[in-house]
Design a protein around this ligand. Sequence first.
Ligand SMILES: [Zn+2]
Length: 299
Amino acid sequence: MAVSKLNHRLFRLRGYTTISSIAFIALRSLSSSSSSDHGIDLKPATWVDHNQKGLPPLEQKPNSDKNVQWVFLGCPGVGKGTYASRLSNLLGVPHIATGDLVREELSSSGPLASQLADIVNQGKLVSDEIIIKLLSKRLETSAAKGETGFILDGFPRTIRQAEILDGVTDIDLVINLKLREEALLAKCLGRRICSECGGNYNVASIDIKGEDGSPNLYMAPLLPPPHCASKLITRSDDTEEVVKKRLRIYNEMSQPLEEFYRRRGKLLEFELPGGIPESWPKLLQALNLEDHDEQSAAA
Ligand SMILES: [Zn+2]
């Protein structure tokens, strides 16, 4: 089982930065990005490296669970949005998915909406600058509501983005979700959308016998309710060829980013052992959050 455990103090004891300062510094680092590739020198003079102070005992940091600053990585279809969202609910921190930010901005009358519409209509990629602007705006909104911490989903995607982020805040932990390719492919090909209500379902029933010492992998389908069942459609780009190409591109792009965080000792590799019922408890275990779940279940 490729589940590794990081020293959990590493990521529970940081997160002192407020998100309003992140938003502020992110914008600063962007506006000076022409003169600095990394933005790391833009840390304010009062910046404290908590690592150098030695880690205080866990008890001295109340609510340390509340302000995790985590990033979720994982290939398309692995379900990282689902796990990021569940964890953000459990920990009471905002789940910030950059895909959602782009969609929200597009459907708004915000300052970037028309610029974004042009980019998307031309099939171009949304630039780092725009993503950072949207992210900063979202963090400011969070800060205004008194929220601390975050779970980022969909950002960073590149080393450049990771470096910008690194220059403005401490990322405590990067959780890299993985799933065996065979299961991933079946899962992507089983995706269905209700053409009426937009509900997302999955008709794939995955039951892979373990080989070479790997355990069996079972993932139950997520079947639609009767009123959606006759209206299911498949996304036109969920074909085997396109899914495989998407995975290949993702793997090429993500490897340097994974290495970036691995070198910093922040990467937690987590191979999903199955569907949500099998994976969720194991993920909490890997994150040392089992007690947390019991508490919230008992509450
Ligand atoms: Zn429906």
